[in-house]
Design a protein around this ligand. Structure first.
Ligand code: NBG
Length: 940
């Protein structure tokens, strides 16, 4: 029987539809319709078919079926479960809740205005865009909630192994567009709002960025929860609900000024406060011996307690009905109240203690790749780790299984060492509250946890003084000492009389005061340890965790970072997304299977559509550049020319990332142009050098570099000899929503860290996916990108990691005179205050010239300039350039976060996807049975 006949029979059985309608449906099922295009150019038919054949045509069917092609009265039933103890009196209520909300335009419009009037209490006559945003978001949230509830129930019933991703940062960015894209409702909402005279893009702009992270680490966590949902993994993100995210950066007088980012000013339509999900978290106090059920054990008492309350945000996946949870904890005062103070009339004192509790989750520490060492930060780390672990333990307890089964159902991933205390907390609960013995507890903890390292920079490696630990978390310190004691015994057995090695492996650094090395603790207590790019994972084995690698080679692995193409290609660069979809046979399934794009470059060459593709690509790139131009006009009041080459460096300010080298190059270019004749200038590759990124408020040098960039920009842009050919722009307040505008506009992007120091980098992936070429060092993900797209599709320069060690050695041995003439010229320009009073940087440049070039900005400078010159030449050949960009875009499948998550799931977590059943148009066919819970068996 052909597939068509088979389906025909199936649907005939299922429904009483008109034959014609059924035929249509089947056509769609077998060969789903291509997406509509506003332009009427033909899709290359032959290759479209080939692509469809490769890609069994299933991916898009599910989502489409929910709203397209059906009228507003069509009902979609939710998966339903029959429990043995179904209460007949509830039938009525359940029946009222058994369908999904309609997703057609009119009903969407109704739900938006309903929320505006009945949730937000606005009259018809005073709605502004903000209320439209909120009404729209709430209406989208309604549609998310149904899927979310269904997913959570389905997971509960099937009870698979679950993954919990613990991260002190989730740099989400705006949520509305992403949710619409995931639900495949963007067009529908756009049309719905259009009829209200409202542009959906304007509504997007109304949303505050939830900026609960600093940079790469937090944004990675956000990409990962997106991919976990898209791939149907039963997964939870756990973090902190900060009231204040990363500060807002304003440039005043060339300098960075920080303003608080109270991102909740307009409320947060996405979150659900779960008052029924709260856990107490203790600080301070003391430990004592006690006896529980006839067993000697320790007990942690006294101190103060705060309450962690869960705030949940739905995490939809793309083209799936699964919807996961991001659970962020907020601190509240515990119910207890100091009645002594209160009765004495000292209300202020009685209350101040309560206030203290809510400070814990007030503000995100604005340090990227460096440790703050503040007690409040340690409190934050323990607070969210403890709440998360208690939550997981609580859920597991309901299953009434032996504790040894805990790792069979739960896997906790530590996103860097910030949540390390989670493993100590689980240890504590198992030992002190559940009465397990040391090795039982250790085995469970170790099997449950895995650890991702994100940096080798010494200043970022967490070490906490034993003194502050002892005060804040006395029982945890005892447990850490215990872990170390047993671990050191093992080491001693394996390497007798190797004191140095023991010292390096020890969890405790024998300094004064003693310090707890959180990284070592993680390695000892985890099953797997991974770095975030091949080179970085290699360095973990050869340097940072060398001794551990010799001890347990099987523990170490790599998972190269990735980014979600949904946000970073589709949302950020809609014109490109549309083009890729068109040449992917009219299907946007590449957004969840990026590798599909790999066929395109070959295909367009073979079928003669390359020219046309390139023309369209150029139009798209121009649109992206125009968007940035407008942004720059609005935010910097600078006019830039979209026909210039855009060279962009946006990332946190850090010495190792070498923004300084880039600004030196800008100075060099400025000086060179000043010397040119008019004729020479005409031949120049016109370009704009963009910078963007925040400096930690306490990082003086990084702030000075920002100031320098702005001062140089000021001179360059206001010099009539130069500015028609070259400009320098600092893009203020770099954040996710800005990145979505900035990144797609690039022609060249800068990833120029000292080799070995950028663990991975993720913006490099976003830049290449949206059509720019990297100028970069042999570092982090640059290396693997080159492997995927080809060495000739990236501009490498500079010393490699082995040379770095050697050069530093030479510097230590007194090597001097490594400053080239062209570099000296830049220094001289700074010494002579050519860009205004730049005295603040003089000391730094003189130290660079005197052996202080730790990050090799000077050693790599000439190679950097030479490579920039090469780029200027190559950019002249636009055909070759654009072809490279297109090939790059299409060969980035490896860097989709979907690939990263599949790697984690397979190599580290050992978890399987669990796909929620899709909605059904026929209620009777829609009971979901399962064997795990006490469910009534279906009739037959
Ligand atoms: C950062 C690295 C980046 C990497 C991200 C995500 C920290 C501690 N590390 O190179 O510097 O891309 O983590 O893995 O923030």
């Amino acid at each position: 029987m052909s597939k068509k006949v088979e389906l025909l029979n199936k649907i005939k059985d299922d429904s009483d539809k008109e034959e014609e309608e059924i035929e249509e449906e089947i056509e769609e099922e077998i060969e789903p319709e291509a997406e509509e295009f506003e332009d009427d150019e033909e899709v290359p038919i032959e290759s479209e078919k080939k692509l469809k054949a490769n890609n069994n045509g299933n991916s898009l069917k599910r989502r489409k079926s929910l709203y397209e092609g059906f009228d507003e009265n069509q009902k979609f039933f939710r998966p339903e479960y029959r429990f043995a103890n179904d209460d007949p009196s509830k039938q009525k209520m359940w029946a009222l809740m058994d369908t999904y909300l309609p997703r057609d335009k009119l009903n969407i419009q109704k739900s938006i205005v309903k929320h505006i009037e009945y949730t937000l209490s606005k009259t018809r006559f005073d709605i502004n865009s903000q209320y439209f945003f909120q009404g729209t978001a709430l209406s989208v949230r309604d549609r998310l909630l149904e899927q979310w509830n269904d997913t959570q129930l389905f997971i509960k019933i099937n009870n698979p192994k679950k993954i919990y991703y613990l991260s002190i940062e989730f740099l989400l960015g705006r949520l509305l567009q992403n949710a619409l894209v995931c639900l495949d409702l963007e067009k529908c909402y756009k049309d719905a709002l259009d009829e209200f005279g409202i542009k959906i893009e304007e509504i997007y702009e109304e949303e505050n960025d939830p900026a609960l992270g600093n940079g790469g680490l937090g944004r990675l966590a956000a990409c990962y929860i997106d991919s976990m949902a898209t791939l149907n993994y039963p997964a939870w993100g756990y973090g902190i609900r900060y009231d204040y995210g990363i500060f807002r950066q304003v440039i005043q007088n060339y300098e960075q000024r920080e303003f608080p980012d109270y991102w909740l000013t307009k409320g947060n339509p996405w979150e659900i406060m779960r008052l029924d999900t709260q856990f107490p978290v203790r600080f301070y106090g003391y430990c004592r011996d006690t006896n529980k059920n006839g067993k000697e054990c320790r007990e942690w008492v006294g101190g103060e307690e705060v309450i962690a309350v869960a705030y949940d945000t739905a995490v939809p996946g793309f083209n799936t009905f699964n919807c996961n949870t991001l659970r962020l904890w907020k601190s509240f005062p515990s119910q207890e109240f100091n009645f002594d103070d209160f009765n004495r009339g000292d209300f202020q004192n009685a209350l101040s203690q309560k206030d203290q509790a809510s400070y814990i989750t007030s503000v995100l520490y604005p340090n990227d790749n460096s440790m703050s060492g503040k007690e409040l930060r340690l409190k934050q780390e323990y607070f969210f780790s403890s709440a998360s672990v208690q939550n997981v333990v609580h859920e597991f307890s309901k299953m009434d299984l032996p504790w040894s089964d805990f790792p069979k159902y739960n896997c906790l991933q530590l996103n860097d060492t910030h949540p390390t205390l989670a493993l100590v907390e689980l240890f504590r609960i198992l030992l002190d509250e559940k009465g397990l013995d040391y090795w039982e507890a250790f085995n469970i903890v170790q099997k449950t946890f895995n650890y991702t390292n994100h940096t080798v920079l010494p200043e970022a490696l967490e070490k906490w003084g034993a003194d502050i630990f002892e005060r804040l978390l006395p029982r945890h310190l005892e447990i850490i000492y215990l872990i170390n004691f047993f671990f050191m015994q093992d080491v001693q057995k394996k390497y007798p009389n190797d004191g140095d090695r023991m010292g390096r492996l020890s969890i405790i650094e024998e300094s004064w005061p003693k310090k707890i090395r959180m990284g070592n603790l993680c390695v000892v207590c985890s099953t797997k340890v991974n770095g975030v790019a091949k080179i970085h994972s290699g360095l973990l084995k050869t340097s940072l965790f060398k001794d551990f690698y010799e001890l347990w080679p099987e523990k170490f692995t790599n998972v190269t970072n990735g980014v979600t193409p949904r946000r970073w290609v589709h949302c950020a660069f809609p014109e490109l997304s549309k083009l890729l979809t068109k040449y992917n046979g009219g299907r946007n399934d590449w957004l969840a299977e990026y590798d599909l794009l790999a066929e395109i470059p070959k295909k367009i060459k073979e079928d003669g559509t390359e020219k046309e593709f390139m023309a369209k690509y150029r139009e798209a790139k121009l649109a992206a550049k125009l968007r940035l131009k407008e942004w720059v006009k609005k935010n910097c009041n600078i006019d830039i020319d979209e026909n210039f080459m855009f060279d962009i460096m946006v990332k946190r300010l850090h010495e190792y990332k070498r923004q300084f080298m880039d600004i030196l190059y800008c100075i060099h270019r400025y000086l060179a142009i000043k010397r040119m004749s008019n004729e020479q200038k005409q031949k120049l590759n016109k370009k704009v050098s963009f910078f963007g990124g925040k400096a930690a408020p306490g990082y003086a040098l990084a702030k000075n570099i920002i100031k320098l960039i702005n001062m140089v920009a000021n001179v360059v842009n206001n010099d009539g000899d130069v500015s028609p050919f070259y400009k320098v722009v600092f893009l203020p307040d770099y954040k996710v929503s800005a990145a979505q505008i900035i990144i797609p506009a690039a022609d060249i992007s800068e990833h120029i860290s000292t080799a070995g120091l950028e663990a991975s980098g993720t913006s490099c992936m976003k830049f290449v996916m949206t059509g720019s070429i990297i100028i970069g060092t042999h570092d982090g993900a640059n290396i693997e990108i080159a492997q995927e797209v080809g060495e000739d599709h990236i501009f490498f320069f500079g010393n490699e990691v082995d040379d770095v060690t050697r050069i530093r050695e030479e510097l230590r041995n007194g090597k001097r005179g490594y400053i080239s003439g062209q570099l000296q010229e830049c220094f001289d320009a700074l010494y002579s205050n050519r860009f205004g009073n730049t005295q603040f940087i003089h000391e730094y440049i003189s130290s660079l010239a005197n052996g202080g070039d730790y990050y090799l900005a000077c050693h790599d400078f000439d190679a950097y300039v030479a490579t920039q010159d090469k780029i200027d030449v190559e950019y002249q050949n636009k055909d070759v350039w654009d072809r490279k960009c297109i090939e790059n875009i299409c060969h980035m499948g490896f860097f989709s976060s979907d690939r990263s998550i599949k790697d984690y799931a397979r190599d580290i977590w050992d978890i399987k996807p669990l796909e929620v059943p899709e909605p059904c148009i026929d209620k009777e066919k829609h009971y979901v049975s399962t064997s795990n819970l006490d469910l009534a068996k279906e009739e037959n």
